[in-house]
Design a protein around this ligand. Structure first.
Ligand code: COA
Length: 337
């Protein structure tokens, strides 16, 4: 524990989770309403979370939790991407509004960076960690200025997209693409198709995407939540779907709960992504067909809106009416002394 200015930095303990979730919601819950289930899923229930990477700021007078930082390093290989041993990630950082501009964010970030340095990491990257909350730093002027003042280079965009589903109609181009590819099915995968799915991912997307889908299946995720492009017994494309009742909160729907009583809000959001298709069948309209079938599937499962996270492909998704909903910036700094 370190104390300065009446504020203690304490190590994380699971008993602090409700207070940590509350402090996040006090800091940023209007734009990013955090559910306790999501915090647990992306931290204590994830193999990459190390409690030593989580620092909690406490007001020493009242014992109230007033800030939190989570840093992560990969603790098992992310498929062919391996451990990404050059970098670690700042997964989240927040200070309660009444305590801002007193250097507490800086102390929390210093603690997070010290954790990364202690594990030999030379780059600190904002967001995009395994089991991430954010693909980068949210487009918030205060947060951006804070990280810029702390030596982070901020460049590059990533977007979350959204579209309402009630008005969705399959465009004629999708029907034409499906008719022009008669040997190809675009449909939810079936039990028993896990092996061809993983073989496809190993060939086409062997890094983090294969790792994440394999972990999803290993932890009891339903293969039917993967929309596939299938030709004979071979999988040639995939889209990972998160229907409203999915047990795993996909990153696309992480922040889709309305602010307020986040724990009680009914699930209405459907999530989509990652998605990708084999280079051998690109340029035939099948990417749009995969997106179309995914959107229809989510609507049939009760979703009123569909969300896609962490993309720069605004034109592609825009063809089916998706528009940017949130924007993030890539940010990183070198930790060399
Ligand atoms: C970002 C955040 C953690 C900063 O916490 P903080 O305790 O206020 O930060 P510090 O007091 O250590 O600020 C250090 C420096 O950063 C800059 N800075 C911080 N907040 C700023 C703001 N709102 N506007 C302009 N500059 C700011 C300043 O240079 C500041 O130094 P100064 O006060 O001497 O001018 C806090 O604003 C927050 O919780 N935001 C909401 C959550 C969020 O968006 N987190 C990032 C993504 S996970």
């Amino acid at each position: 524990m370190t104390t300065a200015g009446g504020v203690d930095l304490r190590p994380f303990a699971p008993a602090l989770i409700p207070a940590v979730v509350n402090v996040w919601n006090a800091a940023a819950g209007d734009r990013f309403p955090l559910r306790e289930r999501l915090f647990r899923q992306n931290t204590v229930d994830d193999p990459h979370f190390d409690p030593a990477g989580c620092a909690v700021a406490v007001d020493a007078r009242t014992d109230a939790v007033i800030g939190v930082a989570v840093a992560k390093v990969a603790r098992e290989p992310l498929g062919a991407d391996g451990l990404r041993a050059d970098r670690g990630w700042i997964s989240m950082l927040a200070v309660a509004p009444p305590y801002r501009r007193r250097g507490i964010g800086t102390r929390l970030l210093d603690a997070a960076e010290a954790f990364l340095r202690g594990r030999g990491r030379r780059r600190s990257v904002l967001g995009s960690d395994p089991a991430h909350f954010f693909p980068g730093v949210p487009d918030d002027p205060g947060a951006l200025r804070f990280f810029a003042a702390r030596g982070y280079a901020l460049r590059g965009d990533a977007f979350d997209l959204r579209r309402p589903l009630d008005s969705y109609r399959t465009p004629p181009a999708v029907l034409r693409a499906l008719a022009a590819n008669p040997g190809i099915d675009v449909r939810p995968l079936r039990r028993g198709e896990e092996a061809p799915l993983l073989a496809f991912l190993a060939a086409a997307f062997p890094g983090r995407w294969r790792y994440t889908v394999a972990r999803f299946l290993d932890t009891g995720g339903a293969v039917g939540d993967i929309m596939g492009i299938v030709a004979r017994a071979e999988v040639l494309g995939f889209a990972h779907l998160f229907p409203p009742d999915a047990s795993w909160i996909g990153p696309s729907v992480a922040w889709a709960t309305p602010p307020g009583d986040v724990e009680a809000a009914p699930a209405r959001a459907g999530g989509l992504g990652p998605m990708g298709i084999s280079p051998a069948i690109r340029g035939r309209g099948l990417g749009l067909a995969l997106l179309d079938r995914s959107v229809l599937h989510l609507r049939a499962a009760g979703a009123t809106d569909a969300y896609i996270d962490w993309t720069v492909l605004l034109d592609f998704y825009g063809r089916l009416g998706f528009i940017p909903h949130r924007r993030y910036h890539h940010g990183e700094r070198c930790l060399a002394d």
